[in-house]
Design a protein around this ligand. Structure first.
Ligand SMILES: [Zn+2]
Length: 194
């Protein structure tokens, strides 16, 4: 089963290339991404959060696995026409327990493809706009902590240090591959579908 990787796993800093190939295996991966997201009680999940280099994310704003008609998959998303600025609290499944106010455009236009290969375009606001921006950031290797004001960033320093210590320990125990091994695997997966 897919596992959600936590900060500072290097895949979270991977800049994903557009997908060129959607196959049955990818459909299966996306189903597993939804399962992992629901288990963690999230409303959005990007592929690199499950250690995959694909330019896609999933959303279900209800976080309820019973609400399958609210499940959305966005492939190769492109954001444009940001309007307004609004600050709101964010968290991330790759930084469990950490929450902070992040300033972002209030409204945004999203262009993407769905799993059926249909192009879609939507003007978004509210929670949907925020989730889509947070997830698209992931695909560029950007985390919400990168967007905090210097003061708020400073306030997260201790918690981030704890995540880093846990990660270093797991590496020392051989539970996590080194950076070169992570990159080699992601590049191989990229060659297959991007
Ligand atoms: Zn996140």
């Amino acid at each position: 089963l897919l596992k959600i990787v936590q900060y500072p796993h290097p895949t979270l800093r991977w800049k994903s290339k557009p997908l060129r190939r959607v196959d049955a295996e990818l459909h299966k991966i996306i189903r597993e991404m939804f399962d992992a997201m629901y288990e963690a009680r999230g409303v959005g999940l990007a592929a690199n959060q499950v250690d995959l280099p694909y330019r896609l994310f999933i959303v279900n704003l209800t976080a309820d696995p019973a609400e399958t008609d609210q499940e959305q998959v966005f492939l190769n998303p492109v954001l444009s026409k940001p309007k307004g600025q609004v600050e709101s609290e964010e968290g991330c499944l790759s930084l469990p327990g950490l929450y902070a106010e992040v300033m972002r455009p209030e409204r945004i236009t999203l262009n993407a493809y769905n799993l059926a290969g249909q192009e879609l375009s939507a003007d978004l606001d509210g929670l949907f706009a925020r989730v889509v921006q947070h997830e698209t950031d992931h695909l560029d290797g950007v985390l919400f902590i990168d967007r905090l004001s210097p003061t708020k960033r400073l306030a997260t320093k201790e918690v981030l240090g704890e995540f880093e210590a846990v990660f270093d320990d797991r590496r020392r125990l051989g539970e996590l591959p080194d950076d070169a091994a992570v990159a080699a695997r992601l590049e191989e997966l990229e060659r297959l579908r991007c």
